[in-house]
Design a protein around this ligand. Structure first.
Ligand code: SAH
Ligand code: SF4
Ligand code: F3S
Length: 465
């Protein structure tokens, strides 16, 4: 047998990229690759890149500059190191990568990871290989299943892709171009993945997709299933204590998703629902296809279904044409909704998107100031949200030993890290915790007897107790 080759993979960007990185590891494990933590001793280095903002994209080239030297050092020692660029920059700028970074051997777009073994072979025989097509075939179908040991190494919480791509074409966004049209996986395949994960100790599944609630997969009955219906199906799988999904679009929230939040205790009451702006004028220029009022009504529908629900969001400041009053409307919306957490970004024009053709009107200094003001507001909401947990008893899914001996860390329904003193036996269980203290972003508490919950409808099943 040939000796094991070493693979180092570095992933940027969204959860979909993190998930894809795992699938690349699985694909290459079959070819005899094992993962290594450092690029220095790797036979193959993969940069799994993100194109969403200019800063993210440019990181690739500085990283490639460093890797070129590592590759030269390896060659000096008589070892051949291959460099591959995957992900959304590969998809968007394949040719430019080849031009700007001659050390790169392979460029592979997100639809082609199942061809990696073939591309490595081609790089070996022809010097370089590039593949950034959008093939019609189902890329999910031909990927190998991860070995049980690989699943266990992933721990208590796992991602499962349910759809990929986006048809929304927000004017600022590259995703419809880098990931292609929206495609949903069949229900049976997703349920199989979830069962296999549960069999190997996974207790929480996050369904992921660029636009996850646009899900419209083929059901076992031949009909098209929505995300809400899919969640109902997955909640029946023994061992799955918690379900989440990300990222949703406000336009695609249908009654079945609201019903899932009403009916399924396993579906966590924490929803990432990006709005981007609180101004209708800017939402229209962004082609978000919803108004501020539509968004607020959607939030209300969720809240009526589940009182203890909380939200997070994404915001862009400084979109072309954003006036002071548009930005004030964003602050007002944040104040009105009251988020548990949120991410905010300065607008970054992306080549090939419609917004990149628009006249930029907000100076860098003004953008910085708007971002700082928005982040102050969001941070104060997040701190208040975390502080409100103090004194309550809340369910925690325990995931791993913490840094201090004897301490175990888990997560609340709202993804807040919670630390308690306890034995490793509690890992994988959902247990009630009395929250006593907030330390930076982490909650500290003690294991409580299973008593009635302070938050309505927050009870979940306890696994393995
Ligand atoms: N599919 C997800 C978002 C993917 S990108 C959704 O629709 O919500 C994640 C976030 O990056 C977006 O919500 C947006 O806030 C931000 N973003 C995307 N393109 C951007 C750009 N050109 N400049 C700044 N932020 C951007
Ligand atoms: Fe991008 Fe808009 Fe699609 Fe989200 S919904 S991925 S922001 S185009
Ligand atoms: Fe980035 Fe591509 Fe995800 S651009 S955010 S890695 S879909």
């Amino acid at each position: 047998m040939s000796p094991k080759r070493k693979l180092h993979i570095k992933s940027y960007g969204c959860q979909m990229n993190a998930y894809d990185a795992q699938r690349m590891v699985d694909t290459l494990a079959v070819e005899g690759f094992v993962e290594t933590d450092s690029a220095d001793d790797a036979d193959l280095v993969i940069l799994n890149t993100c194109h969403i903002r200019e800063k993210a994209s440019e990181k690739v080239y500085s990283e490639l500059g460093r890797l070129r030297l590592t590759k030269q050092e390896a060659a000096g020692e008589g070892r051949q190191m291959r460099i591959a660029v995957a992900g959304c920059v590969a998809q968007a700028e394949g040719d430019e990568i080849i031009r700007r970074a001659p050390a790169v051997d392979i460029v592979v777009g997100p639809q082609s990871y199942h061809h990696l073994p073939k591309l490595i072979e081609r790089a070996n025989s022809e010097g370089r290989a590039i593949e950034t097509e959008f093939p019609a075939e189902d890329k999910f179908a031909s990927l190998p299943q991860p070995a049980p040991a690989a699943i266990r190494a992933r721990g208590i919480s796992a991602f499962v892709t349910v759809q990929e791509g986006c048809d929304k074409f927000c004017t600022f966004c590259v995703v419809p171009y880098t990931r292609g049209a929206e495609v949903s996986r069949p229900v049976a395949k997703i349920a199989d993945d979830a069962k296999r994960l549960a069999d190997h100790g996974v207790r929480e599944i996050t369904l992921i997709g660029q636009n996850v609630n646009a899900y419209h997969g083929e059901g076992p009955d031949g009909a098209t299933w929505s995300l809400g219906k899919l969640l109902h199906r997955l909640a029946d799988i023994p061992g799955i204590a918690r379900l989440r999904y990300s990222t949703s679009h406000p336009r695609d929230v249908d009654d079945s998703l609201i019903a899932a939040h009403r009916d399924l205790p396993a579906l966590m009451p924490f929803v990432h629902l990006p709005v981007q702006s609180g101004s209708d004028r800017i939402l229209a220029a962004m082609n978000r296809k919803h108004t501020v009022r539509d968004y607020c009504e959607t939030i209300e529908r969720f809240r009526r279904a589940r009182q203890d629900i909380a939200f997070s969001s994404d915001f862009i400041v400084g979109f072309p044409g954003e006036k002071v009053e548009d930005f004030s409307a964003t602050l007002a919306l944040v104040t009105q909704i009251g988020y548990g957490a949120a991410y905010s970004f300065k607008y970054s024009p992306r080549p090939g998107t419609p917004a990149a053709e628009m006249q930029e009107t907000v100076s860098t200094a003004e953008m910085d100031e708007r971002l700082a003001r928005l982040q102050d507001l969001i941070n104060s909401q997040q701190s208040a949200f975390n502080a409100a947990a103090i004194g309550t008893t809340t369910d925690v899914l325990f995931e791993a030993p913490a840094r201090y001996p004897g301490q175990i860390v888990g997560r609340s329904a709202y993804l807040q890290p919670v630390h308690v003193m306890g034995s490793a036996e509690i890992i994988g269980q959902v247990l009630p915790v009395r929250i006593e203290k907030l330390e930076r972003f982490s909650l500290l508490g003690t294991l409580a007897a299973p008593i009635s919950h302070d938050r309505p409808a927050a009870s979940q099943m306890t696994i393995g107790a």
